[in-house]
Design a protein around this ligand. Sequence first.
Ligand SMILES: CC(C)(COP(=O)(O)OP(=O)(O)OC[C@H]1O[C@@H](n2cnc3c(N)ncnc32)[C@H](O)[C@@H]1OP(=O)(O)O)[C@@H](O)C(=O)NCCC(=O)NCCS
Length: 300
Amino acid sequence: MIDLKMPETLHVDAFQMRIADIVDVDLGQLHALSMAVGWPHRAEDWQCLRELGHGVVALDEIGRVMGSAMWFPHGESFATLGMLITSPRLQTNGTAKWLMQRVLAGCPGTRFRLNATRAARRLYRSLDFVAQRTVFQCQGRAHTPERTDDLADGHALRPLHAGDLDAVIAFDTPGFAVPRPLHLIRLFEDSLCYGLFRGEELRAYSMSRAFGRGHVLGPIAAFSVDDAIAVARPHVDAHIGRFLRIDTHIESGPFSSFIQQCGLPVFDTVTTMTLGEGVDYGQAGEESAALFALASQSIG
Ligand SMILES: CC(C)(COP(=O)(O)OP(=O)(O)OC[C@H]1O[C@@H](n2cnc3c(N)ncnc32)[C@H](O)[C@@H]1OP(=O)(O)O)[C@@H](O)C(=O)NCCC(=O)NCCS
């Protein structure tokens, strides 16, 4: 995957950096890198990301990890990007740009999507990424949400099992923009999952799993806000009094109010950016569900 035409080394300040494959470095070093920039990832979260995607790291002369960048391919021509980190000691010296250029050059013909922190937005803009929408990172100690109406007539909520996965993958595709079977199958292994059904038809699904400081609620896809709330509610109930996080594009309205009522205020925002056409998240329509929560900022 690495493009050999790109410079193999980079002088940064007093350091000489070289590129290596992320699978060849110690998980503890990756964990230390993300902790150095205040990110909550556990070593297990890094391991899951390495199983789902590819990555490069910048190593100094004695093999310390000073930077990272990952990409998560979905088919031949689309990938999400994430885990771009530079050690605070080296920031604003061109390391992140060098890593990103390596990744982009290694994936010719690929369209990309990512969720950019404020610190990284200018860098992505300089690489021709276009801002699409805001992601609200909501988190806190979960409260019991106000009870609202019961499920609509004919609807049933139940835990998902492996036999539901094909339906979940198809249902998720319009909201995510492309099918992501590998990610959903891997997330399913680690997650508590619910589906809302009308008869045999899937109307909404949700997953939650251990991540960072507690649990993350996502992905969630649904035809309607009410359905999204119905599949989110059992996860909140399961984490009352504990740390819960949700990353959502939904800024206002009943879903956003529900999240706030659950004790999960907006903690930060990031910006979804794309490079190439047709890879932004989809909108809900008659025939297609929308994403109400991301699996994570890194994998989308
Ligand atoms: C965002 C981050 C990866 C940038 O790393 P970096 O090695 O400092 O970036 P570079 O030195 O390659 O800078 C690339 C460009 O961004 C600019 N830039 C970098 N940091 C900046 C800052 N804090 N404010 C404004 N511009 C900044 C640089 O000037 C450069 O612009 P140019 O190409 O026009 O000269 C780094 O700050 C970081 O790890 N932050 C914490 C984690 C994070 O937010 N990651 C991004 C995830 S989307």
